[in-house]
Design a protein around this ligand. Structure first.
Ligand code: ZN
Ligand code: ZN
Length: 198
C-alpha cells in the first residue's frame, strides 16, 4: 500500500485485565471486502470495560485491541469494494461481520446473529491508528463533518437512536428516558427534541 507506514501504534491488552500497553504492530492489509481506515478519533464505551475484563469470553479475542466507536478516513480499499473512495470520511460501529443467512439476519436484526463478530471484541477495534472493517458495515460520514463529534455517535448515539425510533413516539407525546443525564441519555434528549419536527 503506497504511502502508508508498515507499522502503527495500538493499545493492546494481552489477556483479560492485563495492563493496556502501547505496541508497535503491523498496519493491517484490507481483505477483498474491507476498507483500511486511518482512525482520527475514538470514543470509549462502557462495553469496552466488559471486553477488557473478559465478561464476554465467547465473543472476545485476546490479545485485544478494543474500541467500537471511531471516525476517520479511508486510506485503502479491497478489490471487491464498490462505492467507497480513498479520502472518504468513514465511521466504525460495533458490528463488523454477520452471516447474512440466519433468521435474525434475514429479518433485519443482524445484531442478534449468533455468528456476529464485533469490532473491538472479535476483531481489532478503534484503539489503533489504522484498522480494517468490512465495507458493508462501514458508515458513510459527510465531508466536512466534525469527526471528534461523530465518533461517540457510532455506538452510544445509534443505540439510543434505535430505542427512540422503536418506541414509535410522535410529536406531542411524552418520552421517558431512564438515566437521562448519562451518555446515552444526553444523546436521547437531543434526538427526542429533534424528532418533534418530523
Ligand atoms: Zn459501545
Ligand atoms: Zn446471521
Amino acid at each position: 500500500m503506497i504511502g502508508l507506514p508498515a507499522t502503527q501504534r495500538a493499545l493492546v491488552a494481552e489477556s483479560a485485565k492485563a495492563p493496556h500497553q502501547i505496541k508497535e504492530i503491523p498496519v493491517p492489509v484490507p481483505a477483498d471486502d474491507e476498507l483500511l481506515i486511518r482512525i482520527r478519533y475514538s470514543g470509549i464505551c462502557h462495553s469496552d470495560m466488559g471486553a477488557y475484563e473478559g465478561d464476554w469470553p465467547a465473543i472476545t479475542k485476546f490479545p485485544l485491541i478494543g474500541g467500537h466507536e471511531g471516525a476517520g478516513e479511508v486510506v485503502a480499499i479491497g478489490k471487491n469494494v464498490k462505492d467507497w473512495q480513498v479520502g472518504d470520511n468513514v465511521g466504525v460501529k460495533m458490528r463488523n461481520n454477520v452471516c447474512l443467512s440466519c433468521e435474525f439476519c434475514k429479518k433485519g436484526f443482524e445484531s442478534n446473529c449468533p455468528h456476529i463478530v464485533n469490532t473491538g471484541y472479535g476483531s481489532p477495534g478503534t484503539f489503533q491508528e489504522y484498522m480494517t472493517i468490512r465495507a458493508i458495515e462501514a458508515a458513510k460520514i459527510p465531508k466536512g463533518a466534525d469527526l471528534a463529534s461523530v465518533a461517540p455517535i457510532l455506538c452510544a448515539g445509534v443505540t439510543i437512536y434505535r430505542a427512540i425510533k422503536e418506541s414509535n413516539v410522535h410529536p406531542g407525546e411524552i418520552l421517558a428516558l431512564t438515566g437521562a443525564a448519562g451518555g446515552l441519555g444526553s444523546f436521547g434528549i437531543q434526538y427526542a427534541k429533534a424528532r418533534t419536527s418530523y
